[in-house]
Design a protein around this ligand. Structure first.
Ligand SMILES: [Fe+2]
Length: 217
């Protein structure tokens, strides 16, 4: 990335240098592993990223992704919700339903995450996963309303895994669903246009056979 300078000749805050790139990436990784991440993610999602990484490995291989795409998918599984670091805890940890205004604030985590990671050159391939992991196959998702194959395949794989893991995890308002019940929910959502049917076709037998129930701790 070319270095840009302002009119005083100083580097701008967002400029990328190899040293800054490594420092920024390490800082983000520390945030994701550290206490702040657990605080903002909440007690029910503490192991979410690790499980997603494992499930992405299964489904990504099943979808025939190449090594480069698998590397991006693994990284996205850990980092896709990093923008939640910028969401107020009063909204992020609210036990009840969010108001419309609160939901709009929560949805900002996609663009906040992309903005946070954009200065890091080595994360450029992961940015679509961070920005677009809440798009829907029928175009009803956010932040950009992308539709069908305009949502990158690695994102469509992460979405299915993310949705499956959410259903299979305990929540304050319900217990974790058995595998068959979670698959039924995802199948119905696919029928309604939410998820990519070609990804779901590969995912369903994998979910039924190989993805174990992990109670969130
Ligand atoms: Fe998210």
């Amino acid at each position: 990335m070319a270095t840009t300078r302002d009119t005083t000749g100083s580097r701008r805050v967002g400029d990328s240098t190899p040293e800054r790139d490594v420092a920024f990436r390490d800082a983000i990784c520390s945030l994701m592993k550290g206490r702040r991440c657990v605080e903002v993610a909440g007690p029910t999602t503490g192991h979410h990223s690790g499980r997603l990484r494992m499930y992405c490995e299964m489904l990504g291989r099943g979808m025939g992704l190449g090594e480069d795409e698998m590397a991006v998918l693994r990284r996205g599984a850990v980092l896709h919700d990093i923008g939640k670091l910028g969401i107020p805890a009063s909204i992020l940890l609210k036990p009840g339903a969010l108001s419309r205004e609160e939901r709009l604030v929560m949805e900002r985590h996609t663009v906040i995450g992309e903005k946070l990671c954009r200065p890091v050159k080595s994360m450029s391939a992961v940015l679509p996963l961070i920005r677009h992991h809440h798009e829907h196959y029928d175009g009803t998702g956010y932040p950009d309303g992308l539709e069908g194959a305009s949502i990158p395949l690695v994102v469509r794989v992460l979405q299915v895994v993310d949705a499956y893991d959410a259903l299979r995890s305990d929540r304050p308002y319900r217990e974790a669903m058995p595998a068959d019940e979670a698959v039924d929910v995802l199948h119905a959502e696919t029928e309604r246009g939410k998820w990519d049917p070609s990804v779901m076709e590969v995912a369903i037998p994998i979910m039924r056979r190989r993805m174990p129930l992990r109670r969130a701790g």
